[in-house]
Design a protein around this ligand. Structure first.
Ligand code: TGC
Ligand code: FAD
Length: 390
């Protein structure tokens, strides 16, 4: 890990400002000190390192693009991307925590909430005093979130919430949940559900082989009375949750590249250290092919996310462009992890190296926030104008 350098075959650093590099290096240094030495054990033990949440808040990785007056970083999208890249270089589950908190919990409160809601929740979430989660997926409603059955019914000064959410990152520890539910008119609404509300439980999902250092659970609502003041007033419909997903998917596009970089870096070093048939395995053409393809894909991915970041900064990026980048980064990261694992031979299946953990994590990353197939169909719909979902 100490030898890790950011693969930069096309001098992408020249496209970054000094502030970007400082932000990236600060997150990298924190990761190396606080996460890298322990992450393998946490993953092996299925332990979510919740003691790091306030430190992540202090580091500024929660809501980096949210304005400073609400506790956010007031930074641009390249800064946000670089943070996600560095975090996921250590572990996708750590990046998940940052993505969920910043893009899926803080962003909807900022973008769709009123001033009281922003002031009540955002500073505590930014600092990591509170952890939040995002409930969209249900047992029978994954890729098609519009088919959700979780619902609210009007009851005077509050609503009654019933239903269940499934596969929710950080649910078992979260103080609040941003939950998407249908109202009596069938419109999707967002509401903030707080731990302690009667009838609200968050059972943990056990037995995962992926994202083991991240805690995943359900959200179960049994006639939960939620005050109307907790409803996010400024959005109705599926575009509410999908708008949050665009922000989080953008971060994943950078993050998955970070995991790919770590696998590439490890494979490159191993290929130079490990000798068979009298020379380093990196001297054989088949291994060089793997490394050359890895660095080519990483470099293409870096250019893609950097350009996407500049479009995000200018407010010109489309959700479809974000889908392409999320899908591409996940796909190449998984391929690179699989090739890197082979290059490590038997050692590649152990926790001595981070590769197998990345590989298993990436199976979640390629699935959540829209599967590989769904993002492909989003691109297909964009270029043909024909909707293959309906
Ligand atoms: P469709 O009719 O296409 O769209 C409904 C409305 O939403 C708008 N819209 C978007 N707005 C913002 N950003 C986007 N990405 C948007 N995509 C669509 C759209 O314009 C429309 O607006 P309006 O004004 O006309 O109402 O909806 P559909 O029902 O046909 O579904 C389309 C589809 C399949 C692409 C979408 O539902 C989808 O993306 N499915 C994937 C579901 C998904 O990504 N779930 C993720 C759950 S959260 C999660 O995984 C967190 S993991 C966190 C971690 O640990 O890191
Ligand atoms: P399904 O939608 O049932 O899909 C199954 C398969 O069918 C997939 O291969 C899919 O691509 C394919 N498919 C579906 N529709 C089509 C189609 N129209 N055409 C072709 N193929 C199709 N959700 C949240 O709300 N909040 C979270 O915090 C969260 N965290 C998660 C953490 C983890 C570790 C995991 C694994 C998931 C998490 N999710 C979360 C849920 C995640 O977003 C869903 O798993 C994902 O959207 C896919 O839904 P599904 O699992 O129901 O699969």
């Amino acid at each position: 890990q100490d030898l890790f350098t950011h693969p930069d075959y096309y001098k992408i650093d020249d496209l970054l400002t000094d502030e970007h590099k400082l932000i990236r290096d600060t997150v990298r240094a924190w990761i190396k000190k606080e996460v890298s030495p322990n992450i393998e054990q946490w993953a092996q033990d299925c332990e979510f390192p919740k003691h790091l949440v306030p430190q992540m808040g202090e580091l500024g990785v929660f809501g980096p693009t949210i304005p400073v007056e609400y506790g956010g970083g007031g930074l641009d999208y390249i800064s946000y991307g670089l943070m996600m890249q560095e975090i996921e270089r250590s572990d996708s589950g750590m990046r998940s925590t940052a993505s969920v908190q910043g893009s899926l919990v803080m962003y909807p409160i900022y973008a769709y909430g009123n001033e009281e809601q922003r002031k009540k929740y955002l500073p505590k979430l930014a600092s990591g005093e509170w952890l939040g989660c995002f409930g969209l997926t249900e047992p029978d409603s994954g890729s098609d979130p519009g088919s959700m059955i979780t619902n609210i019914k009007d009851a005077g000064d509050h609503v009654i919430l019933n239903g269940a959410k499934m596969w929710i990152s950080n649910a078992p520890f979260a103080q609040i949940a941003v939950v998407w539910a249908k109202d009596e008119q069938g419109e999707i609404r967002g509401l903030v559900v707080e731990r302690g509300m009667e009838g609200f439980t968050t059972p943990e999902i056990h037995g995962k082989w992926s994202l083991r250092a991240s805690c995943t659970g359900e959200l179960v609502f049994d006639n939960v009375k939620v005050p109307k003041e907790n409803i996010l007033p400024n959005v109705k419909g599926l575009k509410g949750p999908l708008g949050c997903l665009t922000k989080a998917r953008y971060g994943i596009a950078w993050g998955a590249l970070g995991a790919a970089m770590d696998c590439y870096d490890s494979a490159l070093r191993y290929s130079l250290q490990r000798s068979q048939f009298g020379k380093p395995i990196g001297g054989f053409q088949l291994q060089q092919k793997k490394l050359a393809e890895m660095i080519t894909e990483i470099t293409k991915g870096q250019l893609l996310v950097w350009r996407l970041g500049t479009l995000m900064n200018e407010g010109k990026a489309t959700p479809q462009q974000v889908s392409m980048a999320k899908r591409n980064s996940c796909e190449i990261a998984l391929q690179i992890a699989r090739e890197a694992r082979q290059m490590h031979g038997g050692m590649g299946i152990t926790g001595e190296y981070s590769i197998m953990r990345h590989m298993m994590n990436l199976e979640s990353v390629v699935t959540y926030e829209g599967t590989h197939d769904i993002h492909l169909l989003i691109t297909g719909m964009d270029v043909t104008g024909i909707n293959a979902f309906k």
